[in-house]
Design a protein around this ligand. Structure first.
Ligand code: GLU
Length: 313
């Protein structure tokens, strides 16, 4: 049963009002110094349904650092480039470890558990980079984001990229470690340069929800009717978002929200209600696992009120 647009508008507004009143907002990420400058009181929520109706509340147009949410899109691009060969470089099991953990890599001979932990995303970035200059690879990623969101104004926040480049010691360690196993093909500096920059893409909730539509509608952009990926690929990316999209908080997210989702330490979450909607939420304060605290609460309220969890009402 489809959700009426007036109900959707009302639920989105109510949730934004409720979130605005909460004082438990989590902690803004500070390990990338530039991210710590963001206003902790920001909150945005945008839902785009199958007919293209946009229900929005709060800071819907404010660009924020999408960080790890970019990993959904780089995975899509890399699968388009190398297909299932990708899975010889990266696994697809939940890690149960923090996003920047290094211990599993040693036990598993340099093969990251999944494409959404940092090590896995760096390996995926390396696949996109192969055969190109870093500038070309980055251009390809940015063009893809603009195409998906149908918005040419999307850019990279260079200050965030530079900030992470200066302080990304763990990611540098992860990349070098994978290189020692032959999992990274290109120069570690080049691969990380592209990785830091795609994490620093800035998008608003509206742009992000628009960009996620192909995952909600079987690989198709419903407004143009164009296939971005095959339906099977969209389904599989959703499966990985469900099992691995929130690091060691993925089980909790599935339990509470019940949708495929991907979080970023900028406080954004992209969530997909298959066949129903693409959803973006942003609140910069994070929980202990590095996932947006109010973002998750807002999505939990949304799926409960609309009966959208993929596990039933
Ligand atoms: N660029 C961030 C990092 O590599 C992304 C982390 C995240 O959003 O979870 O640490």
């Amino acid at each position: 049963m489809s959700t009426s647009t007036s109900l959707l508008d009302q639920v989105v507004r109510e949730i934004a009002d409720e979130m605005a009143q909460r004082s438990d907002r989590g902690e803004v990420a500070s390990y990338i110094p530039e991210l710590a400058r963001v206003d902790a009181n920001s909150f945005g929520l945008v839902v785009v349904d199958a007919d293209g109706h946009v229900a929005a509340a709060g800071d819907r147009e404010t660009p924020f650092s999408i960080q790890s949410i970019s990993k959904v899109f780089t995975l899509t691009l890399a699968l388009g480039k190398v297909g299932d060969r990708l899975w010889s470089r990266v696994g697809r099991e939940p890690s149960g470890s923090p996003f920047n953990s290094i211990v599993q890599l040693e036990r598993e001979r340099g093969i990251p558990r999944n494409p959404f932990i940092n090590a896995g995303a760096i390996a995926v970035t390396d696949l996109i980079l192969s055969g190109h200059q870093p500038r070309e690879a980055l251009g390809e990623i940015l063009r893809f984001m603009r195409f998906l969101a149908d918005d040419s104004s999307i850019t990279i926040d260079e200050a965030v990229a530079a900030s992470e480049q200066r302080t990304g010691f763990r990611n540098i360690a992860l990349a070098n470690y994978m290189k020692s196993f032959g999992v990274i093909e290109n120069s570690v500096d080049f691969t990380l340069g592209v990785y830091f920059h795609h994490c620093a893409i800035a998008m608003s909730c509206r742009q992000l929800a628009m960009a996620g539509r192909y995952l909600a509608y079987a690989g198709r952009n419903p407004s143009t009717g164009l296939n971005v990926v095959q339906a099977e690929r969209a389904r599989r990316i959703n499966a990985i978002m469900m099992t691995c999209g929130h690091y060691d908080g993925s089980g909790e997210f599935a339990y509470r929200v019940g949708l495929p989702g991907k979080s970023g330490v900028g406080g954004g979450i992209l969530a997909i209600a298959p066949g129903k909607a693409s959803i973006a939420v942003w609140s910069p304060g994070l929980d202990a696992n590095g996932n947006s605290h109010l973002g998750r609460m807002a999505l939990e309220a949304l799926t409960r009120r609309l009966g959208w969890s993929i596990f039933g009402v």
